[in-house]
Design a protein around this ligand. Structure first.
Ligand code: GRF
Length: 200
């Protein structure tokens, strides 16, 4: 059973999907701690409901990014976290977090990377006029949404889609894909070879 630390900044629906998948069994993992960069995030309520410790670390209260991330690392270590999952964590990961959890930190992105990295991926996809977008779960590296890709799932873009309708259709798939990727990691089935993630 591996221990997961989930980093969030907002509503935490992916956090919920991860918690539910772990509780249902089938994934040899449990969420040991939730770290949140926003004091009023709804995701903290979700953690509380499942008796998972939620720790608020507001970056504004730290002198710089390194000091902030050292505190995150301290919390994750205290809870013996072996896998870090970014789930709507609205900050770019810096060298401190990366150094401690390289190869053990995942992110989910609401587009088929390398298309539409960064913020508002669903709007970017709509504005570009693509017919298909989707979801990517990847390992985190120093770039913004650039790390080795673990799983992807395509989602159609419909003629009358708005940012909201497309986001909702993508989110439904996010909630399935993230637990699936975590399961593979927890089972020791993922091997990073350069840009490639081999699934055993
Ligand atoms: C999701 O769309 C995720 O892909 C992106 O941020 C959003 C977070 O949503 N990185 P939630 O907080 O998990 O509901």
């Amino acid at each position: 059973m591996i221990k997961i630390g989930v980093l969030i900044s907002g509503r935490g629906s992916n956090l919920q999907a991860i918690i539910d998948a772990c509780e249902k069994g089938g994934i040899p993992a449990k969420v040991a701690v939730v770290v949140c960069s926003q004091p009023d995030a709804y995701g903290l309520e979700r953690a509380k409901k499942h008796a998972i410790p939620g720790v608020v670390l507001d970056p504004k209260k730290f002198p710089d990014k390194n000091t902030y991330e050292l505190e995150i690392v301290k919390v994750l270590r205290k809870h013996e976290v072996e896998l870090v999952c970014l789930a709507g964590y609205m900050r770019i990961v810096g060298p401190v977090l990366l150094e401690h959890f390289r190869g053990r930190m995942l992110n989910i992105h609401p587009a088929l990377l390398p298309s539409f990295p960064g913020l508002h991926a669903q709007k970017q996809a709509l504005d570009h006029g693509v017919k298909v977008s989707g979801v990517t779960v990847h390992f985190v590296d120093e770039g913004c949404d650039t790390g080795p890709i673990i799983l992807q799932k395509a989602v159609p873009v419909l003629e009358d889609d708005t940012e909201e309708t497309l986001s909702a259709r993508i989110l439904e798939q996010e909630h399935k894909l993230y637990p699936e990727a975590i399961k593979l990691f927890a089972q020791g089935k993922l091997k990073i070879e350069g840009r490639h993630v081999r699934i055993k």
